[in-house]
Design a protein around this ligand. Structure first.
Ligand code: CAA
Length: 259
């Protein structure tokens, strides 16, 4: 089925796929269907052997201005529980391939949470990251209180969550929330550049390395080091590891096949 609220380009660049949120009039407000489409597209692209890295973007004005307030406004707590809208978001976390958010303009509420769920963020200088839910009588519900706090520290996260005041791109870069900030005309190209540099690597090593970095948020050091070591040893089961090390010794570029 063709998605209604997103555009999917499996080969936007060689081995790099693009998902573009496409509800521009609503500033890409994340309604249920849009998030289901994102989850389904990620699942497909994650299985596609021609895709090594995925870029998720919005448009120049808005990455996404949050969950769809109009859709949620009249719901009861039991409606919310039964719909369980954030369960579709778990698919994003299950994506094994590197996922880069290319963010310009508003990344608010669920929009901020969505880009923080990605592995890296390339921001335009106009990007604004915020958790304004408090201003509409609620609070972040898709990871904002957890991921923002881990990314920028308790004091600043607490201030953003309790006042709803957004943070600009430069400050986000200083705090390590985003990888880099570029002029507005370049944010998508810069995300593609980053994606291309990762797509050249062994996809098996990238997958195991991504898993290991993510594990550091979920476990204590001893267990994390153990997990990392197992994944490191696991790379030696791949042809890519043999190719990578042989290429180094033979002083030639490696050609990784994902096996
Ligand atoms: N949900 C539904 N519609 C939204 C929306 C949202 N989150 N954000 C913007 N829109 C709609 C507006 O209603 C408007 O539609 P109409 O033209 O039909 O009225 C259209 O997008 C354009 O928006 P504005 O006219 O408001 O544009 P602006 O430039 O004046 O303001 C803005 C931009 C500051 C981002 C403002 O739209 C805004 O504050 N949006 C809401 C931000 C917000 O509170 N996000 C959190 C949502 S709750 C959440 O995300 C929970 C969670 O944890 C997942």
């Amino acid at each position: 089925m063709t998605p209604e609220f997103i555009l999917v380009t499996p080969q936007a660049r060689p081995q790099v796929a693009l998902i573009q949120l496409n509800r521009p009039k609503e500033l890409n407000a994340l309604n249920l269907q849009l998030m289901q489409e994102v989850a389904a597209a990620l699942k497909e692209l994650d299985k596609d052997p021609e895709v090594r890295v995925i870029v998720l973007t919005g448009n120049e004005r808005a990455f996404a201005a949050g969950a769809d307030i109009k859709q949620m406004a009249g719901r009861t707590a039991i409606d919310m529980l039964l719909i369980d809208q954030f369960s579709t978001w778990d698919q994003i976390r299950r994506t094994t391939k590197p996922l880069i958010a290319a963010v310009s303009g508003f990344a608010l509420g669920g929009g901020c949470e969505l880009c923080m769920t990605c592995d890296m963020i390339v921001a335009s200088e106009t990007a604004k990251f915020g958790q304004p839910e408090i201003r509409i009588g609620t609070m972040p519900g898709a990871g904002g209180t957890q991921r923002l706090t881990r990314a920028i520290g308790k004091a600043r996260a607490m201030e953003m969550v309790l006042t709803g005041e957004p943070m600009g791109a430069d400050e986000a870069a200083r705090h390590g929330l985003v990888n880099r900030v570029v002029p507005v005309g370049q944010y998508l190209e810069e995300a593609f550049r980053l994606a291309a540099s990762i797509a050249k690597m062994s996809p098996i090593a990238a997958r195991l390395a991504k898993e290991s970095v993510n594990r550091s948020f979920e476990t204590h050091l001893d267990e994390g080091l153990h997990f990392e070591r197992k994944n490191f040893y696991m790379t030696f089961a791949s042809e890519d590891q043999k190719e990578g090390m042989a290429a180094f010794v033979e002083k030639r570029p490696a050609e990784f096949k994902g096996r």
